[in-house]
Ligand binder design. Structure first.
Ligand code: ADP
Ligand code: F6P
Length: 321
């Protein structure tokens, strides 16, 4: 394969730039020309495609966000528009594509590859960690650490005022961020979509903590269970403590990528270029049990993820006591 394209799609995630840089540098080393596609599938459709030289890649390994920009493009769900986008690749002789995004982006990639014989490799780029076929996604670790920093700050004021504070974190329908932040951040309770979360039990646990002299409670709430203020409202009726809510929001999506995310991005990028160099495609790259692996793109949305949260949930509740 002589020419490949690369794009980022869906929500941005720290470490996407490290992946773009690694794809660009490794492909150049192998004599493969790389084209950057701006704004994800929207840019492919609008012909925003340019040769990505080394200057474009310099100074980006430690930058959050994506220098290629990202967008959501509903037209790409329509075969007619995918044909226009594919033509924009073909007229430049681009036969392969690296798509960095979530499973929605993989669906688009899968259709494109089947309809137009473009070899596609998906790299998991999202803070949500919600992609089947990989233990970790690029951006999750950085986001987790951003949340941990916020928990420490919130805990200071929660203790001073002896309050119960509910912190809502992102994750879309996945509870990974909330659950792992609870374990690592010393949270005192967690509410995630994958588990039953009886508010009565949480209220009981908070009362028990207070009986044992605890001055605060930090509860991690995944956005996938609904708005944090509604949960605070129900909890208020059951508790005597003062309650506040914090919605961390988009601060979770930014920031310098962690070492873990940069290394993950580099390893996955190397695999993606290897696959395309061999004229193969139709796969996503993941990391499982610390090994770089591949699966067909459809694996990402076909069936349940392998992460059974019950053990970590038990651990979080044990540590919250
Ligand atoms: P993510 O990739 O993070 O899951 P989205 O679900 O928003 O994010 O998908 C990103 C983009 O991928 C969409 O804006 C659209 O362009 C494309 N896409 C999503 N689902 C499909 C689909 N079923 N068919 C074709 N393209 C899709
Ligand atoms: O998928 C990443 C994510 O940050 C989710 O955690 C969140 O639900 C969503 O994107 C927010 O999307 P937007 O940036 O469009 O508000």
């Amino acid at each position: 394969m002589e020419k490949i394209g690369i794009l980022t799609s869906g929500g941005d995630a720290p470490g996407m730039n490290a992946a773009i840089r690694a794809v660009g540098k490794i492909a150049a080393y192998k004599g493969i020309k790389v084209y950057g596609i701006q704004r994800g599938y929207l840019g492919m459709l609008n012909d925003e495609i340019f040769p990505m030289d080394n200057r474009f890649l310099s100074g980006i390994v430690d930058r959050g966000g994506t220098i290629l920009l990202t967008a959501r493009c509903l037209e790409f769900k329509d075969q007619k528009f995918r044909a226009i986008a594919a033509q924009n690749l073909k007229k430049r002789g681009i036969g392969g594509l690296v798509v960095i995004g979530g499973d929605g982006s993989y669906r688009g990639a899968d259709s494109l590859s089947k309809e137009h014989e473009i070899k596609v490799v998906g790299l998991p780029g999202t803070i949500d960690n919600d992609i089947k076929g990989t233990d970790y996604t690029i951006g999750f670790d950085t986001c987790l650490n951003t949340i941990l920093d916020a928990i420490s700050k919130v805990r200071d004021t929660a203790t001073s005022h002896e309050r119960t504070i509910l912190i809502e974190v992102m994750g879309r329908h996945a509870g990974d961020l909330a659950l792992q932040a609870c374990i690592a951040g010393g949270g005192d309770g967690v509410i995630i979509p994958e588990m039953e979360n009886p508010i009565e039990l949480l209220a009981f646990q908070i009362k028990e903590r207070r009986k044992h002299g605890k001055l605060h409670d930090i509860i991690l709430v995944s956005e996938g269970v609904g708005h944090v203020d509604e949960i605070a409202g129900i909890l208020k009726e059951k508790l005597a403590t003062e309650i506040r809510t914090v919605v961390l929001g988009h601060v979770q999506r930014g920031g310098t990528p962690s070492g873990f995310d940069r290394i993950l991005a580099a390893r996955m990028a190397e695999k993606a270029v290897d696959i395309l160099e061999n004229d193969e495609g139709g796969v996503m790259v993941g990391i499982e049990s610390n090994k770089i692996v591949t699966h067909p793109l459809s694996y990402a949305w076909d069936g349940e993820r392998n992460y059974d949260m019950r053990d970590d949930h038990d651990l979080a509740l044990l540590l919250a006591r």
